[in-house]
Design a protein around this ligand. Structure first.
Ligand SMILES: Nc1ncnc2c1ncn2[C@@H]1O[C@H](COP(=O)(O)OP(=O)(O)O)[C@@H](O)[C@H]1O
Ligand SMILES: [Mg+2]
Length: 426
């Protein structure tokens, strides 16, 4: 028998920095053979031209190559990729369509949290603009207006007063800015605190925590300007100390996994809780049924265990047999290099220079890039996720920014303050 017969080939669905980082980590496993990406990006190899929404096409490919499939983004999960693959007898990692509702319907998630006593901001649900506006006028605290369905990170409007809330209600319910994703809205209490991400891996029965992290959602330094998909992240974050991590694991993650199971809807995969900390209490802003991007990049860089073992155990429901994951003591930080203009309009197809320099502290994960005639070109808003390790947060910051200095293209933009708020806590 050929030795490589013992190895597992993998199909990673997605094209972002998160998928590149998962592939990079899996490629270090001695049990993994070939890794395919659908559709992948300019930094990934073995790219297959199948869009993430084409569930039948992906299933055909996975079946032909007999590979394990790992799903990065939320769209295919919400379309039921896990159900479709499982019906065909294909091995796949991630939540079912019903379990993925925890992310794909914010209304579902809020009702789930309410009935299971998981701490979250007070809220009301509306499908009628007039009633929603009356409610917005009647309350005396600031509101956040949220479209129910998936909206690529643009469906949440944090308001300062009732006039802004009324505009937001009109945008979503009257002008249908998010189509059917906005046929229902949530009006919830605005909670002003410190935001952090807490990600765990579940097999439907138990969940084990991943390393903590903190994202930087706004486009400009000092958390100013519009929200983006994420401009940088670091891990671990001092904002979540050991006792708070224990509290979140118990009161949010375990409660969620147990309640999903009890309700006949077990959750397998990465469970991501977006947390707002206020007066030491973790309020859940939302759940995602997948890894965060860019949080995934520093988390993968710190992971010392074989990710493949944990993914297998999640699929098989055998996580309780595995030890806790091992993490590098170092800090990892990812700074997103974007195209100037993002999250609005930006140029594409600009050549990127300085990618091939060797550097033992860092790795450059690709996101919105493509490879053409041996060149790497920009091809999206978030272009690269430069990620570096350091013995302290301070040294990780200086390692990542010195690597960034060597990378150039015409309209490069990045935040200069990623990780700095972590220094204030230390
Ligand atoms: N109740 C809230 N109070 C204050 N800020 C909030 C609240 N809910 C959401 N936000 C802010 O809006 C951002 C996006 O909201 P979130 O619920 O995570 O939706 P999505 O990631 O789908 O856009 C959050 O990261 C947070 O900064
Ligand atoms: Mg979010």
């Amino acid at each position: 028998m050929r030795k490589d017969r013992l190895l597992t080939d993998v199909l990673i669905v997605g094209s972002g920095g998160r998928e590149h980082a998962i592939g990079w980590k899996l490629s270090q496993s001695k049990k993994i053979g070939k890794i395919f990406f659908a559709p992948g990006n300019g930094g990934t190899i073995n790219n297959v031209e199948i869009p993430v929404e084409d569930i039948d096409g992906l299933a055909e490919f996975a079946s032909e190559k007999n590979c394990l499939t790992i799903v990065g983004p939320e769209i295919p999960l919400s379309l039921g990729i896990v159900d479709a693959f499982t019906e065909k007898g294909l091995r796949i990692f991630g939540p079912t369509k019903a379990a993925a509702q925890i992310e794909s319907s914010k209304v579902w998630a809020k009702n789930f949290m309410k009935r299971n006593n998981i701490l979250t901001a007070q809220f009301e649900i509306f499908d009628d603009a007039k009633e929603a506006k009356e409610y917005a006028k009647s309350i005396d605290y600031s509101l956040v207006v949220k479209a129910d369905g998936l909206a690529a990170g643009k469906g949440v409007i944090v308001c300062n007063n009732s006039a802004e809330a009324i505009d937001a209600i009109d945008e979503i319910l009257t002008k249908n800015r998010f189509g059917s994703s906005g046929s229902k809205i949530i009006l919830e209490e605005r909670i002003d605190g410190e935001e952090a991400s807490f990600i765990a891996l579940s097999d439907g029965n138990i969940a084990i925590p991943m390393a903590t992290s903190q994202d930087h959602k706004r486009i400009y330094d000092g958390d100013k300007g519009p929200n983006t998909g994420g401009m940088g992240a670091y891990s671990p974050t001092a904002i979540i100390d050991d006792s708070l991590a224990e509290m979140i694991q118990k009161d949010v993650i375990e409660k969620t996994i147990n309640s999903m199971k009890k309700e006949g809807n077990p959750f397998k995969g990465f469970l991501y809780a977006g947390i707002m900390l206020k007066y030491g209490k973790p309020y859940v802003l939302e759940f995602n049924g997948r890894m965060g991007d860019p949080e995934c990049q520093p988390i993968m860089m710190r992971l010392d265990s074989d990710l493949y073992d944990y993914i297998n155990a999640s699929i098989d429901g055998t996580l309780s047999k595995l030890p806790a994951m091992l993490w590098k003591k170092q800090t990892a930080i990812c700074v997103v290099l974007a195209s100037k203009g993002y999250p609005g309009v930006y140029q594409k197809n600009e050549e990127i220079f300085g990618l091939d320099l060797e550097d033992k502290h860092s790795f450059v994960f690709h996101a919105g890039t493509k490879r053409e005639n041996g060149k790497i070109l920009t091809y999206g808003g978030r272009v690269l996720g430069v990620t570096a390790l350091g013995d302290t947060l301070d040294s990780a910051i200086s390692n990542v920014y010195s690597r960034i200095e060597k990378i150039s293209w015409q309209n490069k933009y990045f935040r200069k303050d990623i990780g700095k708020k972590g220094l204030l806590v230390l």
